[in-house]
Design a protein around this ligand. Structure first.
Ligand code: ATP
Length: 306
């Protein structure tokens, strides 16, 4: 039953691509077909995740032959560690995630999970091992409860409530007109960016996969709601291998490793403190964002759940 819902995990991605470049529903189906164009090898075994180590080794990729996007990207996420990828717009951060999910295959090098090249394993098993908290979370026209339970359709009520608490959504839910039974989505209550992200986090908690990917929202949240999303991320990523695509450096200073991408190449990697001491690309990005934060603080005040 759960497998039936798996492809929906990618709707966030697809929605974003559609918003950016496509206009109608027919094209959505083209896009959905494209997501399954990477075929399984005949008799490909299921991915076996024991530790949850994730490695990008000398990855080369371009959406077209004329324009290379990733040019020899290498980094490793040790089991249960958190690695953040940062870099300017167009550096190739989201492309790394699309490759991890095998929307496309690498042109050179490899991506492996616990030493298994992801091209060699059954796609379904790969995608079941990863949960994504996307930039734009798709909310269905259903209750908040069902929207969260969709992370694992077999979850019990107790498990859903645990996810609600861990995602710091409890107080928010309690203040809704009909609590967890309030309708949300296009025809229901509209959620703020931070609230939607926390719904995605709650879904990821329910799915409980060995690998988590956070594709951080580009638009900044006000600092209170950022803190609350951050707390939720920290809790959910405990004990799981996490890849964070970060736009705001303030959210990833605790990462075990920060990988700095520039024009498809890793130009620096290290911890926040190491990279600041190095006084290179990362330190420069950090200074720019610090300045921006003081010039334009709160964007949109949201209620914080604690
Ligand atoms: P941002 O911070 O703006 O989200 P990013 O670092 O995540 O950027 P990517 O989205 O990975 O960057 O894009 C890297 C490059 O690949 C960009 O030049 C982008 O225009 C290009 N690109 C992304 N998706 C596609 C696609 N589907 N087809 C062709 N080119 C693409």
């Amino acid at each position: 039953m759960m497998q039936l819902f798996m492809p929906l995990n990618f709707l966030g991605f697809i929605y974003r691509e559609m918003k950016g470049s496509l206009a109608n529903i027919e094209q959505l189906f083209v896009l959905l077909r494209r997501t399954s164009q990477v075929p399984d090898k005949a008799g490909a075994p299921d991915l076996r995740v024991e530790q949850g180590a994730l490695e990008f080794s000398d990855v080369h990729f371009g959406y077209s032959a004329q324009r290379p996007i990733l040019q020899g990207v290498s980094f490793r996420i040790e089991p249960q560690r958190k690695v953040a990828v940062v870099g300017g717009s167009g550096a190739g951060k989201s492309t790394l995630v699309k490759l991890l999910f095998r929307f496309y295959d690498v042109n050179g090098g490899a991506i492996s999970v616990d030493g298994q090249d992801i091209r060699e394993v059954a796609l379904k098993s790969l995608r079941s091992a990863i949960a994504i908290v996307p930039q734009d979370t798709v909310l269905f026209n259903d209750t908040i409860y069902e929207n969260i339970r969709y992370g694992c359709i077999d979850a019990t009520e107790e498990e859903v409530w645990r996810a609600i608490r861990m995602a710091h959504l409890e107080r928010f839910v309690q203040h809704l007109p009909e609590g967890v039974n309030t309708l949300v989505g296009e025809r229901g209550l509209k959620l703020s960016g931070g609230e939607k992200q926390r719904v995605a986090i709650a879904r990821a908690i329910l799915k409980n996969p060995p690998i988590l990917v956070f594709d951080e929202a580009t638009s900044s949240l006000d600092s209170k709601s950022e803190q609350s999303v951050l707390k939720a991320i920290q809790e959910v990523s405990q004990g799981q291998t996490s890849l964070v695509i970060a736009h705001r450096l303030s959210t990833i200073i605790d990462a075990d490793l920060i990988v700095v991408l520039q024009e498809g190449k890793v130009v620096e990697q290290g911890t926040h403190a190491e990279l600041l001491a190095r006084n290179g690309v990362y330190a420069n990005l950090w200074r720019i964002q610090q300045r921006e934060d003081t010039e334009a603080p709160a964007v949109r005040p949201e209620k914080e759940d604690s």
